[in-house]
Structures are given as C-alpha cells and as structure tokens.
Design a protein around this ligand. Structure first.
Ligand code: 13P
Ligand code: SF4
Length: 389
C-alpha cells in the first residue's frame, strides 16, 4: 500500500489510487505494465499515425465523447456508450478494437464481438466509480433479500451500461435488459411489460429521472436500495408498494451539478438554455430546459440556430469540444466546481501510442476479456437492449 493510501477508508466503494494496485473484480485500475512514451515526446502524434497506418484494417479505434481531444483525433468512430456498443458489434472483421473509454465499455465490446477479436483498453486504470458502486455480491444479496419478501418473481432487473460484466450477467440470468441513457425509457417500458417492478442498477438518478419524467411515475413510486442496510434500508411494505427500486449509486461527475448552478447561469446569461445529462440529480434535471444523453446533447446543439446560448451539464471534454466547434453559439459549462471525468482522462496519447505500437510489435496489451459463463448471460441482456423496440 502506498503511503497516500494509508488512512483511506477501505470499503468496496473506495477508489484505489488511480493507476495503482489492482482488483480484477472491479473497475479499479492497475499500473500500465509497459514502457509508456513520455507525454513530452514531440513525435507522439507522428508515432500514433505511423502505428495506426501500419495496422490498417487490423485495428478499429473507438472513442467515447468524454475522451481527450488528442485521443479523439485517432478514433475511427466516436459516440456515446450505446453507439459504441453498436459499432463494436458491427465490426466482425477487425481483429483488434482499441477502446478509448472506460473499463465497462471495453467489457461490453468484448462480449459483443467474436472469439477471434481482441479488445484493448489503453490504460487499465480507466474504470468508473459508478460501476463500482454495485458489486456482484451486493446485487446477488439484494436479489435474495427481494426473494425473502416474495418480490423477486415480480421484479425485472434493468442495468445501466455503466456496470460490470458480472452485473450484466446477473441481469441476463434474471430476464432483464441493459440500457443506456439513450434508451432508458424504452428499456423501462419493456421491463414493465414483463413484470410489476424494476430493480434499476446502479445509477439512481437515471432510473428516477426516466421513471418519473418520462414514464409518469411519481417520486413516491421509487425507493432507494442501500446495499449496506437490511432490505436496502426499506421495510417489506415499502418495497411491496414501490414500482422502481433504485440502487444507491451515482456518477461522481454528473452528480455534482446543482440546482443553484442552474439558477446562477440563468441570472448571468440571458436567454440561456440549460441542457443536462440524465445522470444529474432529479432537482437539476427538473430545473433544466432539456435533458439528453451525450449523443442527444450534441445533436441539440448542432441543430440549434446561430446566436443561441447553452449551459451544458455533462463531462467537460465534450462541452469544450462543442464550444470550440460552434463559435457562432455561446456555450458554457454549467458548474464551475465540476471537472473532467478523471478515469476517462486516464486514456491519453502516450497510452494510445503504447497500445498501438504494442500491436504493431505483435503483442496484445491490456486485453479485456470477460469469462465465458458471465459473457453468455451478459450477452443476452445486451442483445435485449440492442433489440428494444
Ligand atoms: P452515455 O455515453 O450513455 O451518454 O453515458 C455517459 C457516461 O457517463 C458514460 O460514462
Ligand atoms: Fe463513470 Fe461518470 Fe465517468 Fe461516466 S462520467 S465514466 S459514469 S464516473
């Protein structure tokens, strides 16, 4: 343990120091095993170009919208987590997929691709704190407890893409579906056609925002499941009365936008439209003008007329790129105290160059593989998502 780790509370939720140590059962990171080029190397762009050209069709680079500019420059496709899952599934001929995003996305890509394909995550420390908020053991325990009060048979699990492969496997085994922020409404509608209740994992905000704002449920129809408490901190009666059982998880980036920042930007910027991601807290989404997945945020801004003003509540790399791409519009970041997603930012040009050059040398670095039994069930839940009406 590093000195810095001393004194850090060791709970299943505590993030390891980024890039140090390892935990194969979670999104937490490990050291990069190879020789990384220094970030100061002036030839990094050239090296990335050369290695990518040498690999040609052998490699397909996927880049999530929250990635750094220096990485997005080398992406063959960019997208939100839904689009990237579709794109990974649609590339059966590429033996190597370099996933510039976070660990759970690379796991999903591995599940959706064939046996001869290899998914590479340039830095294994690119995890997701939200995904780590629901461990497999906790979710199994929750399901058993729901069974003990006779509710498992009427409950359908719906898991956000931002979850480990093990949670996706749990979801597939229990007849549920995966969703992303682009299709959460359709996923819930589908789930309610199969059962009376939904166990929504692990982002309580996306679950609540979708159920209440898009499906017309009330806040009282939702209960929160705290995995540290018996029955998640609820009575058996409250669980029986609830329609949505929301796992107590959140995004450490989007969860920090506040209603005060919405009020503040309205006072500062006349005519501003506030546009936020559905991982934001309910009161923030309620105070905003528009809500959308990253893909929808981009479309709304792109399609808006020149001269419009936007305050955007999502990851900073994306907001900055949007502002640069649309100088005819006024685009500001919603909150001063929120910054980049630190784990998305782990993937930088040195890591990408290293991953590409390793492939050129005939070695497969940082391959992400999901154990076959888990992958089988997770695939069922992912396929269910891809088949949503
Ligand atoms: P989407 O890509 O589905 O918008 O999700 C945002 C996110 O937080 C990804 O980690
Ligand atoms: Fe996870 Fe939030 Fe970062 Fe997305 S933005 S990877 S949900 S911590």
């Amino acid at each position: 343990m590093t000195e810095l780790m001393a004194g850090v509370e060791h709970t299943p939720l505590a993030l390891l120091m980024l890039g140090r140590q390892s935990d194969g059962n979670s999104e937490r990171g490990v050291d990069c095993p190879g020789e990384l080029p220094p970030a100061s190397d002036p030839s990094l762009v050239e090296r990335a170009r050369t290695a990518k050209a040498a690999l040609g069709d052998q490699v397909f680079v996927l880049g999530h919208h929250y990635q750094r500019d220096e990485v997005i420059e080398f992406a063959d496709v960019t997208g939100d987590s839904f689009r990237l899952a579709q794109q990974a599934a649609a590339r059966p001929d590429a033996p190597y997929l370099i996933f510039c995003g976070v660990h759970f996305m690379a796991e999903s890509a591995d599940i959706l691709t064939g046996p001869g394909q290899h998914v590479v995550l340039p830095d294994l420390a690119a995890g997701c704190s939200m995904a780590d908020m629901a461990s497999f053991e906790q979710v199994e325990d929750c399901w058993e407890q729901l069974g003990s009060v006779g509710l498992d048979a009427v409950t359908v699990p719906v898991s956000y893409m931002n979850s480990s492969a093990a949670i996706k496997g749990f979801t597939g085994r229990h007849g549920g579906t995966i969703c992303t922020s682009s299709n959460a409404k359709r996923a819930l509608e589908w789930a309610f056609s199969k059962g009376e209740k939904v166990l929504f994992l692990p982002d309580q905000h996306l679950g609540r925002n979708t159920a209440v704002r898009e499906l017309g449920l009330s806040l009282d129809d939702c209960v929160v499941w705290n995995p540290r408490l018996p029955l998640g901190g609820n009575t058996a009666e409250a669980l029986a009365a609830a329609t949505m059982i929301l796992w107590k998880g959140h995004c450490s980036v989007h969860g920090r936008f506040t209603k005060e920042s919405v009020d503040d930007v309205r006072a500062r910027v006349p005519g501003v439209q506030v546009l936020v991601h559905p991982e934001c807290q309910y009161e923030v989404v309620e105070a905003a003008d528009l809500v959308g997945s990253t893909e929808r945020i981009i479309t709304l801004v792109e399609e808006s007329p020149a001269g419009t003003a936007w305050a955007i509540g999502t990851e900073l790399n994306l907001v900055r790129r949007l502002a640069e791409a649309h100088p005819d519009k006024s685009i500001v970041f919603l909150e001063k105290t929120v910054c980049f997603c630190s784990t998305m930012n782990r993937i930088d040009l040195p890591h990408l160059v290293w991953a590409l050059e390793e492939l050129v040398a005939g070695r497969i670095p940082n391959q992400i593989t999901v154990e076959p039994e888990t992958a089988l069930h997770a695939r069922r839940a992912l396929d269910q998502m891809l088949a949503l009406p």
